[in-house]
Design a protein. Structure first.
Length: 270
């Protein structure tokens, strides 16, 4: 299916790793021009090289601190200047990883704030900075990457899930408020994917558990045992599997879906 993304201008925040990078790669493969915002220069350089190989020779990266409004605004100023004020798609894929796997009693105010700062407010900052260009475009989409854990709770993901639930609510509200501008806003909620955060968690487990951090099957076993979130499929998702979903939701082919929360979780009862 041609998603109508040839020549589209796409920004992916948190796009240098995991599901954000998978989304950026899919947009690039579909012929879009892609800009990636994140902090780590090495990961950004690797991502840009991959995007160019996939068919986006003009892909570029902007080192950006998504927790800093000034840094975010500067990044979008650069993007819109480069693209003559045009922007078709904004994907917000940044997610908290440092304090994500913690129970309520273990979290202080600073850790709660840090989780919401990257899990929710990073998207707020990016949307705010991107809106003038999105409104000026012939067609525009916003895709926010939330989490399936907002539908089935885990005590060890309390702050992460709360931040993502706020993001889902924000997306629904924006879908309503931006409808008259013709900007479609949706949420994609991944289940258990082998993200950078999950790999880090798996790699820190005791050796006696015999976990391979690169194994999708081992990852799902840990998700089932530690977080009680099993899936119908006996494995975790590969980030590459979420890219096509985000690309469709953010594409020109999607003409009437807005305010939706699309679950991609390998099967569940929720």
């Amino acid at each position: 299916m041609d998603l109508g993304l040839g020549g589209a201008k796409v920004v992916v925040s948190g796009g240098s790793k995991g599901m954000g990078r998978a989304a950026a790669e899919r947009f690039a493969a579909e012929g879009a021009e892609v800009a990636v915002l994140a902090r780590g220069k090495e990961a950004l350089d690797e991502t840009v090289a991959a995007l160019r190989e996939l068919g986006a020779p003009e892909a570029y990266a902007l080192p950006t601190d998504l927790t800093d409004p000034t840094s975010v605004q500067a990044a979008f100023d650069s993007v819109t200047q480069r693209w003559d004020g045009q922007l078709n798609v904004l994907v917000n894929a940044a997610g908290p990883v440092d304090v994500g796997v913690r129970g309520f009693d273990d979290l202080d105010d600073d850790e709660w704030q840090a989780t919401f700062d990257i899990g929710t407010l990073s998207a707020v900052r990016c949307v705010r900075a991107a809106l003038p260009a999105l409104r000026a475009a012939q067609w525009a989409r916003i895709v926010n990457v939330s989490a399936h854990s907002t539908r089935r709770q885990s005590p060890r993901l309390v702050a992460y899930t709360a931040a993502k639930a706020a993001l889902t609510s924000l997306s629904k509200n924006l879908a309503q408020s931006l409808a008259t501008d013709g900007i479609l806003v949706n949420t994609v909620s991944p289940g258990s994917f082998l993200s950078a955060g999950l790999k880090s968690y798996l790699g820190a487990l005791p050796s006696e558990r015999n976990i391979d951090p690169e194994s999708l099957v081992d990852a799902m076993r840990v998700i089932r045992e530690d977080f009680h979130h099993p899936a119908f499929l006996p494995r975790a998702g590969d980030p590459a599997e979420i890219g096509p979903v985000i690309a469709f939701v953010g594409s020109r082919v999607n003409t009437y879906m807005t305010g939706a929360d699309i679950n991609v979780d390998g099967g569940s009862d929720f």
